[in-house]
Design a protein around this ligand. Sequence first.
Ligand code: BG6
Length: 491
Amino acid sequence: MSSQIIPVEPFDYVVFGGSGDLAERKLLPALYHRQIEGQFSEPTRIIGASRSALSNEEYRKFADAALKEHLKKGEYDEPEVKKFLARLFYVPVDARSDAGWDQLKKILDEGKDRVRAFYLAVAPGIFGDISQKIHDHKLITKQTRIVVEKPIGRDLASALQLNDTIGKVFKEEQIFRIDHYLGKETVQNLMALRFANALYEPLWNANHIDHVQITVAESVGLEGRAGYYDTAGALRDMVQNHILQLLCLTAMEIPSSMDSEAVRDEKLKVLRALKPINASNVEQATVRGQYRAGASSGGPVKGYLDELEGGVSNTETFVAIKAEIGNWRWAGVPFYIRTGKRLAGRMSEIVITFKPIPHNIFDQAAGRTVANQLIIRLQPDEGVKQSLMIKDPGPGGMRLRNVSLDMSFASAFNVRNPDAYERLLMDVIRSNQTLFMRRDEVEAAWEWVDPILKGWEEAGQQVQGYTAGTWGPSQAIALIERDGRTWHDDI
Ligand code: BG6
């Protein structure tokens, strides 16, 4: 089954940090896929920009190597790659001086009427400088957008500052704050599931739902990012953005339409309704962990401290939180969230556990009834599972069994699962902000996260060690088990 591809208008994508890691691993392969699927209109160009002194030819070689390395088997198609490389250009620019900017303007002026997108795949410390240079060199047209990657700040104050800096030059509707989790297929499916079916909505509240779990588990460690990660930690790196976005989509009211403002207004209300966690309750509501040496991804791995230069750190590589939303829909329904590096596997999912049946009519021989669960799996094996109690087949007596209606998207539809960036990069060109974070959302997320960070400091909450390759510290298991519930740990 193939979906219909609607081509976007011709565009120029300028990627600052064009020879960096994100461009290499994600952006160039994603754009290549959009070309293959016929989404580009001509003329369309991709312009790498960074401080490295590369020529167009050298940049094309870099992109070719990136495609060879990061495309899956069978996806590298010689004629398509040739066509793709021909649309690549490169301009060496310096964010902090005027070097290179006239050349960039000259190239961009060749396509004045095209959609123009500036992608800032660079450290947030130079977002301000780049925006200002874009403005000073008169590169902003009516059709211009800017895309910024996380981290957007490391607390509320720095996020406000960053948003102000970009906001001086660009209007809010031109600013695309990317959270790649929103581009994941299953995340969009969560909206389809909730809002295109009549089945769940009547049950989607505190009367019928016992609790929600959101897990984003990774088996990888620092992947060479110790410098950044040790100043961030799991709460800033994963919860403030990705996990809170998943929580919002799960908990929000039904927007009046898929219009970007309508959707983001509802997400914002959820963020604002999150009950505060601060010094007074942070120790009961959160667990911080840090991995020790162990085994992961099939081999022995070092502990976090052994991967750091100084070997001393209280940064969390794991966090678990019992969050609550103070509104009518969710009163008394805990949202248990957890994320960590070097866990037992790569697994991200949202699990909705419904309340148990109010009265059991079956006798003991039928066995225990298990509460229904809806499992929305982001990765691996994207899909949705609904568990139900059925009668064990056969002529014996009435025995009950818990089974899953399993819809794995890969096997249900014979299509390639696109990378999250593919959808989002094209939404920028289409100027569709629905899957991007609005300024007030980012700030509201920090408003909830800041008191947790301060609470940890005030309470002197230390990280708890966990062995690499496990599900995190035992305290995280206790966090949910003291409420009589358990983590859903099926990989
Ligand atoms: C990034 C984090 O935003 O998301 C990384 O900075 C993390 O630390 C990554 O590994 C996870 O993304 P995905 O798509 O692999 O789940």
